[in-house]
Design a protein around this ligand. Structure first.
Ligand code: GDP
Length: 182
């Protein structure tokens, strides 16, 4: 559910980043939150999150985005990570096929721990590395269709489609939440 937050904003939405280690989750988040690219990010243990205020349909939304901060390496993501999350970016790396093949595993986890109407965007990151691409865009699209997810390819390095993918998720969350409160 969306919560009222404070006078400054109308809603607080929690969303999570998931996907295999090294696919670019932290860099996508820092792009979205601060618009900068960290070239040598070192994931630490413990959940990290970032806030950003966004205006959607005249409402000020505070998006709180959680990052696994390396815990996915140890399969240590627990149900509390997903609790209350209204959306997720499920990220794979277009240059590492194994990360794409694991998407189904992440979807199963989302269905197990997340809410049924969670908005999920499947994100194929590192689109700048076309020379080492192992997953083509069509495969990403059809997997997303089969699983009922939205889809986008991004590059955190080139800041391509990063804002768009977060904004798509937040706008859809807002649509669902405002329909519920009618
Ligand atoms: P995480 O473990 O999923 O949070 O992944 P990170 O954000 O730590 O990124 C893993 C590595 O991929 C780092 O070396 C980043 O510099 C690199 N990286 C992340 N996004 C991109 C991208 O869009 N393009 C390229 N070329 N490298 C990226």
């Amino acid at each position: 559910m969306a919560e009222s937050f404070d006078e400054e904003c109308d809603y607080l939405f929690k969303a999570v980043l998931i996907g295999d280690s090294g696919v670019g989750k932290s860099n996508l988040l820092s792009r979205f939150a601060k618009d900068e690219f960290r070239l040598d990010s070192k994931p630490t243990i413990g959940v990290e999150f970032a806030y950003r205020n966004i205006k959607v349909a005249d409402k000020l939304i505070k998006a709180q985005i959680w990052d696994t901060a390396g815990q996915e390496r140890f399969r240590a993501i627990t149900s509390s990570y997903y609790r209350g999350a209204l959306g997720a970016l499920l990220v794979y790396d277009i240059t590492r096929r194994a990360t794409f093949e694991n998407v189904k595993k992440w979807v199963r986890e989302l269905r197990q721990f997340g809410s049924a109407d969670m908005v999920v965007i499947l994100v194929g990151n590192k689109s700048d590395l076309s020379h080492s691409r192992e997953v083509n865009e069509e495969e990403g699209k059809s997997l997303a269709e089969a699983e009922g997810l939205c889809f986008m390819e991004t590059s955190a390095l080139e800041n391509k489609n990063v804002q768009e993918s977060f904004l798509q998720m937040i706008t859809k969350i807002h649509e669902i939440t405002s329909q519920k409160s009618l």
